[in-house]
Design a protein around this ligand. Structure first.
Ligand code: AHR
Length: 617
């Protein structure tokens, strides 16, 4: 197999938006993941405004004869009325107290020496004596503790309490305890425990953000996916419920991925994170359509207004109605919102066309520069409605199909809207499991096809981005984590190996191979902003089970320092090998010097591998 690379001609520029990321609130990606809040169901609201509410995963501390827990609609917060009432019945309470505890999202990670800001709202009949502590979930050993005392007059009405806990010891499986040893009645609401050390102080878990930064993503699509649609409209994500002070957000039950979110990671936080990682935000909003119900186009105006208000929230002056709310949240400068998607995967639904046009026209009129994305696939037939881009999703179960998807856009007419491959991944229990090498290499073949078609495909993102290993609702995902660990799947590392393509020059090359169904290759020239030098990068995916003798013939390229040439290989013994929490770096790219790096390179491609050759110009 030979790749002939023609570097003598100028090549074509790949859009600098090509490879980005798609964040969805799925698999506890945000709540219990990227959003560093440790308390799960902090407002006792998970059952909605039903009383008794569902307070899980809060549990009682002490005997039921000593303490009675009930919920009631007595909170001081208008949009989340449920509060927890604790009737402490014991005259001689146990010395380590009675009350409630919260294990967070499968255990809080408390680290020795680290500080945690605890905030909660309390009301009490009588003076308040409470202890706030982190304890080991198993065994109850105390990791950090603080006493809160307040006079009857201070707490006869709702009072905000804030304290800082400093951990004496570490445990990745801890709980927050709110306890007392005094008889009486205590009401609690909106209990938060935030690590003081978060990414840029903005509340994001640093180790997870670092994984994103490594990918150098140029756009950030959020907050879903199906999460935006909802199984039913009443459980869809609505941005207005996710902004403003955290304690006033009502939270909601995401009925597609089946969990409650307190909406700590809301619309504002999505925009903020995009800015923090240097990516352009791409907002997906609900278009009046869920998985099972739809708003009729004749009455869609409130939804259109909601979308326009959302754009004003992001881009409006700090003096505008919604822009001023953004400013009050700490971001007076507008966010750089230029892309919106009108719904998710709704093209086939009865009201899509009508609803879509109502949004399209209103947004075009108010914000002519905003790029709008239709849910309808135009890869094989033209769209029958106006759009700047169209969405394309692909989730094959067979590696060969993923690999050959590289040709999906080869014949698409170039005179219509551009393509946005906003979700792609190999899935299924047989070949993809929790993220196999085979799946990743098949995706690499697909991405090589996207580079080749990047005059038409201008954005692409893998899906989903995150999975909390305790809630594998959808697998695989690119990044796996639990309370204290994180690793990339082979698919993550493939994205890492493609990160230099954004804005690079795509060179003409010709692959001569007897195995077109298993080998794909591309060549780019890219500029390293750190050393200001230009590099040639050749990527070759071999999805087949045989090793391949591979030759690169370089025309019009002379390396200024052939001794610096390297090759980086992503492979493993078996095609279905994976990384895991126990072995997180089983499959990672391995770099080595390249022996012959003049205008001809001879090498061997391992079975099921992605190999990258890097040469300094
Ligand atoms: O990525 C998981 C889901 O797949 C997304 O929510 C949805 O858009 C698609 O069906």
């Amino acid at each position: 197999t030979t790749l002939v690379v023609d570097a003598s001609k100028s090549g074509r520029q790949i859009p600098d938006t090509l490879f980005g990321i798609f964040f969805e609130e799925i698999n506890h990606a945000g709540a219990g993941g990227l959003w560093a809040e440790l308390v799960n169901n902090r407002g006792f609201e998970a059952g909605g405004t039903q009383v008794p509410s569902n307070i899980a995963p809060w549990t009682i501390v002490g005997q039921e004869s000593a303490i009675l827990l009930q919920t009631e609609l007595s909170s001081c917060f208008e949009r989340n009325k449920v509060a927890l009432r604790m009737d402490v019945l014991c005259d001689n309470c146990p010395s380590d107290g009675v009350g409630v505890s919260n294990p967070g999202f499968w255990g809080m990670n408390i680290v020795q020496g680290n500080k945690y800001k605890i905030v909660f709202f309390v009301r009490s009949e009588g003076p308040l004596y409470m202890t706030v502590s982190f304890r080991k979930t198993e065994g109850g050993g105390i990791l950090a503790s603080s006493n809160i005392d307040a006079s009857e007059s201070e707490v006869s009405k709702w009072k905000r309490i804030e304290t800082t806990l400093v951990a004496d010891t570490s445990s990745s499986n801890s709980s927050l305890y709110l306890t007392t040893t005094k008889k009486g009645v205590i009401l609690l609401d909106q209990v938060s425990a935030m690590p003081l050390d978060t990414y840029k102080g903005h509340g994001f878990r640093g180790d997870l953000v670092n994984m994103l930064l490594e990918l150098k993503p140029t756009f950030f699509r959020f907050p879903g996916g199906c999460f935006v649609e909802g199984q039913t409209l009443r459980n869809a994500f609505r941005w207005k419920d996710s902004v403003g002070p955290w304690e006033e957000r009502p939270g909601h039950f995401g009925d597609v991925w089946s969990y409650w979110t307190d909406e700590g990671f809301g619309y504002f936080e999505g925009l903020q994170l995009a800015e923090d990682i240097g990516a352009r935000p791409l907002w997906v909003f609900n278009n009046g359509i869920s998985h099972t119900d739809q708003v009729d186009t004749s009455v869609i105006t409130p939804f259109v207004k909601e979308a326009l208000d959302g754009i004003e929230f992001a881009r409006g002056e700090a003096t505008s109605k919604w822009g001023s709310l953004r400013a009050s949240m700490g971001h007076p400068k507008p966010f750089d919102l230029k892309y919106v998607a009108i719904g998710n995967e709704d093209c086939g639904k009865t009201n899509y066309q009508g609803n879509y046009l109502a949004f399209y026209e209103a947004i075009r009129h108010a914000y002519p520069d905003i790029q709008m994305i239709s849910n309808c696939d135009a890869s094989s037939k033209p769209l029958d409605h106006p759009a700047d881009m169209y969405d394309y999703h692909t989730y094959p179960h067979e590696a060969i199909k993923m690999f050959n998807n590289a040709h999906v856009f080869d014949k698409t007419p170039r005179n219509g809207p551009k393509a946005f491959v906003s979700e792609y991944a190999l899935i299924g229990d047989i070949q993809a499991k929790h993220g196999t090498l085979l799946g990743a290499v098949s995706e690499a073949g697909f991405l090589i096809g996207l580079e080749r078609n990047s005059d038409h495909v201008i954005m692409a993102s893998y899906a989903p981005l995150f999975v909390n290993a305790n809630d594998r609702m959808w697998s695989p995902a690119a990044i796996v984590f639990n309370s204290n660990q994180v690793y990339g799947t082979p698919s993550y590392w493939v994205q890492f190996m493609f990160r230099e393509s954004n804005g690079a020059t795509f060179l003409k090359s010709q692959l001569q191979t007897p195995d077109p169904d298993s080998v794909a290759a591309s060549a780019i020239l890219w500029k390293n902003l750190q050393d200001k030098k230009t590099y040639l990068k050749i990527k070759v995916a071999n999805v087949g089970s045989n090793q391949i003798n591979f030759k690169i013939s370089l025309n019009g390229f002379e390396s200024s320092n052939a001794t610096k040439a390297t090759k980086t290989v992503l492979t493993s013994k078996n095609a279905l090998d994976e990384n895991s929490l126990a072995n997180p770096t089983n499959i990672v790219p391995k770099r080595s010097p390249l022996q012959s790096a003049n205008n001809e390179i001879n090498d061997i491609l391992p079975p099921v591998s992605l190999t990258v050759f890097d040469l300094l110009k």
